[in-house]
Ligand binder design. Structure first.
Ligand SMILES: O=C([S-])c1cc(C(=O)S)c[n+]([C@@H]2O[C@H](COP(=O)(O)O)[C@@H](O)[C@H]2O)c1
Ligand code: NI
Length: 385
């Protein structure tokens, strides 16, 4: 599984997000060629260079506006530019999802209707390029899961076209509802509305202590130099090449509460799977087999938990092989909103299309409809794919 972890200890902005993915290895030429598909070349130039932030060599990405004409574009105009382009479907969907998050927050903060919000003068082109560039880079990396740290927003005040705003800026605060945030002593805006919308749109989870097998690390520079490194760090974790083991133990002397706790701990520590099977052991004792599937790099951490949190004094370890289908995750628009869908292929043919259960659950809750009805969007998904 390819996991991308966003380490937002100095926050996240649109520029930093794009820069971090370029630093991770996305082809610069590929990104620039894809961006041409937006057909707004005459409005901007792109500056990509290497800079140091508190001694860390990082990639810097900036959009320089070449026109001083004001493009007071609303969400409808921006969706039109994206839809008319030859960008691929996933890039279009993700770009529109991010823009909608920014638009909804601006609408809420300024008390306007979503499609009445005007993305501001300079902001429009800049945000279009940041958001679409990010979507192109993420699509290029073919990531299975995105995890983010808690978000450092910065603190103090920021001056922008509105005048002076508190940090996090009102739109940023609105976007980050429900997401864990914090700030340190730095009196700057570390997370911008665009950065917040990007992370909200793509992160499947927000957690600080995350087991990762580091394959590659990228650093995207923030605009200003601060004492602490003002960079967004991204970590690519890919344990697909890792050897896999099935660890088993037969246990007849634990309580149900202990089994529940043990399973939570094992998943948190990075087990690929944990399951219990009921068995009868020696002396006719009803008991349980603990089964844990784990990659070699996580094995020690998992054994530490088994031996401290269960009563077993030994385990069996079996090396296992897997046959995995090629898979990709797409976001599909439905009448109830966006749903993530996992598509699996066998010999180049689609053999399975599965909407994320969590998204169906959200649809059922938000629309106050039975889960059974939410699962009926499957037909719509097949049609819109
Ligand atoms: O232009 C507008 S409406 C605007 C609104 C807000 C609100 O919080 S409301 C904040 N800002 C500030 O503009 C810059 C640019 O942000 P990007 O996300 O476009 O990079 C940033 O300082 C925002 O806080 C602008
Ligand atoms: Ni605003």
């Amino acid at each position: 599984m390819r996991i991308l972890y966003f380490d937002c200890f100095s926050g996240i902005s649109g520029d930093m997000a794009v820069a971090s993915l370029l630093d991770l290895g996305v082809s610069k030429e590929y990104l620039l060629n894809e961006l041409k598909k937006l057909n707004i070349d005459e409005e901007y130039k792109i500056d990509i260079k290497r800079v140091k932030r508190a001694g860390i060599d990082s990639t810097y990405f900036d959009v320089i506006l070449t026109e001083h004409r004001h493009h007071a574009r609303n969400l409808f105009d921006i969706e039109g530019i994206i839809d008319k382009s030859d960008l691929n479907k996933s890039v279009k969907e993700l770009s529109k999802k991010i823009f909608k998050i920014v638009g909804e927050a601006e609408a809420k903060v300024h008390g306007e209707k979503l499609y009445d919000v005007h993305f501001h003068e300079v902001g429009a082109t800049d945000s279009i390029i940041d958001i679409v560039a990010f979507s192109i880079c993420l699509d290029y990396l073919k990531i299975d899961k995105v995890i983010s740290s808690y978000i450092n927003t910065g603190r103090g005040f920021v001056e922008c076209e509105h005048g002076i705003l508190p940090v996090p800026a009102p739109a940023t605060a609105e976007i980050l509802r429900g997401i864990p945030i914090y700030s340190d002593e730095r009196e700057f805006e570390l997370t911008t509305p665009t950065g917040a919308a990007i992370i909200k749109a793509v992160a499947d989870e927000f957690k600080m202590d995350c087991p990762l097998v580091i394959k590659n690390v990228g650093y995207g520079a923030g605009k200003r130099e601060t004492e602490k490194p003002n960079v967004l760090r991204v970590i690519l974790s890919d344990d697909n090449q890792d050897e896999l083991f099935l660890i088993q133990a037969n246990i007849d002397d634990m309580t149900g509460e202990m089994y529940g706790y043990l399973m939570d701990k094992l998943f948190e520590a990075g087990a690929r799977d944990v399951y219990y099977t009921p068995i009868y052991m020696k002396k006719n004792r009803p008991a349980v087999t603990l089964n844990v599937i784990v990659s070699k790099s996580m094995e020690e951490k998992i054994l530490d938990i088994i031996f401290t949190e269960s009563t077993t004094i030994g385990v069996r370890k079996i090396k296992i092989d897997r046959v995995e289908l090629e898979r990709e995750t797409k976001t599909v628009e439905t009448r109830y909103g966006d749903v993530k869908v996992k598509i699996a292929r066998y010999k180049d043919k689609i053999v399975n299309i599965k909407p994320e259960f969590e998204d169906l659950k959200r649809i059922a809750d938000e629309n106050n409809i039975p889960l059974k009805s939410a699962t009926q969007v499957k037909c719509e998904i097949n049609h819109n794919l």
